[in-house]
Write a protein that binds this ligand. Structure first.
Ligand code: ZN
Length: 485
């Protein structure tokens, strides 16, 4: 970015809440059902029907409010956001406007330069989703209204972010929190977490904000970062060329790597909000709030500290392992069968995360059960197999979905820990390598590694490395003494 300018970014995040039924009727929220099958007169907005608020929607939103240090408003109300579009059979969306359930809060994010930054949250409110238009099936546009009435919470940030990285970290934190709270699956690609960004630029040090533009349709974390960077640079270019920024809503095109203005008829800013007459105000008394607070699950920061202390893990490990709740859960399952906490952490951080990232696999679809990884680690620590062999067994576990102990038996990979047997191999190796032995006796102790390598090669990595080292050192020292005498 140009040094003269700074960006001002605010995010609006929509999270689909993981309730069984919709926000104002009993219809299922299940994804993937036949189009237009999860519907009833209420979510279709037939005349004379009355919405009834799902209590879970309130509780989930309060949970998020508590996790983000928001004030929980004792009284909040619903409003109708009116607009006409084919994905909205009622002609309005039930949302919260003047009196949202959660007021000001904040979260703290970690940045790549090891600094922390506090980002304000303006509000969190409840609302319902609209249906889905499907444009890519021939010439017609199809309408699926299954999603109408599915509960959402909208988290609106303060314009506190100054770079795409900060926005990325903020969004990651939101995703982490909703997953820990188990109120949203946090999947951006599938649309259960959606993000719009308001971006403006101003001269560094300026007090006033520039004209902001809203970017929509960024359906992955990477796209959020790219779209924001694109927009920052474009706005700077316009200003540098003497132009002025006009307020616009833009759609990000991930294929073209560019943001385009929405057609103006899609921009319906005049929503004419008015109070929803069919729903009573939501009253959250202290007792209810305390109840929800008491059953709040362990949040990432607490889990990180607990895991670091309880399992004596370095801060770095605890941070990485708790970044995603499913990964932290997996780790804690591994160590339910082994006491080797640090080895388990190494395996999860390197071997597991590597396979997950390379194959773009979700941990819940990972073929090796946590308990089976625990067993593999136990096989190393009790000396059944060497660490080197374990690294060979692991990919087989991933591909063949077998337990480590089964593979060890099938492939005869038991570690050789019989001192007599290893001694024999050590002797053979030294006899065969006369010139290296001479070098060693001459003081070039570096060749020690060569002997270890030879022995490992001969035993296909199965020799117990500790025993090999001990016996080898013993033999070589004996040879040295013989000469000096
Ligand atoms: Zn319904």
């Amino acid at each position: 970015m140009n040094d003269k300018y700074e960006a001002v970014i605010g995010l609006e995040v929509h999270a689909q809440l993981l309730t069984e039924s919709k926000a104002f009727c009993g219809c299922s929220t299940k994804f993937g059902n036949a189009p237009n099958s999860n519907v009833c007169p209420i979510c279709l907005g037939h005349p004379g029907v009355l919405p009834v608020l799902n209590k879970k929607v309130i509780e989930y939103t309060i949970k998020m409010g508590l996790a983000t240090n928001c004030t929980i408003n004792q009284r909040s109300t619903f409003a109708r956001k009116n607009y006409f579009y084919p994905d909205l059979p009622k002609g309005y969306q039930i949302s919260q406007y003047e009196e949202p359930i959660c007021g000001k809060g904040h979260i703290t994010v970690n940045l790549s330069d090891s600094t922390e930054k506090r980002i304000g949250i303006t509000r969190i409110h409840m609302e319902e989703d609209a249906g889905k238009l499907i444009h890519d099936q021939g010439f017609e546009t199809l309408v699926d209204v299954n999603r109408c009435g599915v509960p959402l919470m909208e988290i609106v940030s303060e314009p506190d972010m100054r770079s795409a990285e900060e926005a990325y970290q903020y969004l990651s934190k939101i995703k982490q929190l909703v997953q820990y709270l188990e109120i949203c699956d946090g999947n951006m690609e599938e649309g259960s977490l959606r993000c719009d960004a308001n971006v403006s630029v101003r001269l560094k040090g300026a007090k006033e904000f520039g004209i902001k533009r809203e970017i929509k349709n960024m359906n992955s974390f990477r796209n959020v970062e790219r779209a924001i960077n694109f927009e920052i640079e474009r706005q700077i270019e316009i200003i540098e060329d003497g132009g002025t920024i006009t307020q616009q809503t833009l759609l990000w095109d991930a294929d073209l790597n560019e943001a385009f203005p929405m057609r103006s008829k899609e921009e319906a800013h005049d929503y004419k909000y008015f109070p929803e007459p069919d729903l009573l105000p939501v009253i959250v008394d202290e007792k209810w709030k305390t109840e929800i607070e008491r059953y709040l699950p362990e949040l990432p920061e607490n889990r990180k500290n607990r895991m670091s202390v309880t399992y004596k893990l370095p801060k770095y490990d605890a941070e990485l392992l708790t970044q995603s709740k499913p990964i932290a859960d997996y780790y804690e399952k591994v160590i339910s069968v082994t006491d080797d906490y640090k080895t388990a952490s190494n395996w999860v951080m390197t071997d597991i995360l590597k396979v997950l990232n390379e194959g773009k696999i979700d941990i819940k679809d990972f073929p090796v059960a946590a308990e089976d990884l625990g067993e593999l680690i136990n096989l190393i620590s009790d000396g059944t197999i060497s660490g080197k062999i374990a690294k060979e067994i692991f990919p087989v576990m991933v591909v063949e979905k077998k337990k480590a102990s089964v593979i060890v038996k099938e492939k005869n990979l038991l570690q050789i820990s019989d001192a007599g047997e290893i001694e024999k191999i050590v002797n053979q190796t030294l006899e065969k390598s006369t010139s290296e032995v001479e070098m060693y006796l001459d003081g070039k102790e570096k060749v020690f590694g060569f002997f270890v390598g030879q022995i490992m090669k001969q035993t296909q990595g199965k020799a117990n490395p500790k025993l090999v080292n001990e016996l080898l050192r013993e033999k070589l020292e004996a040879l040295k003494n013989k000469i000096t005498k």
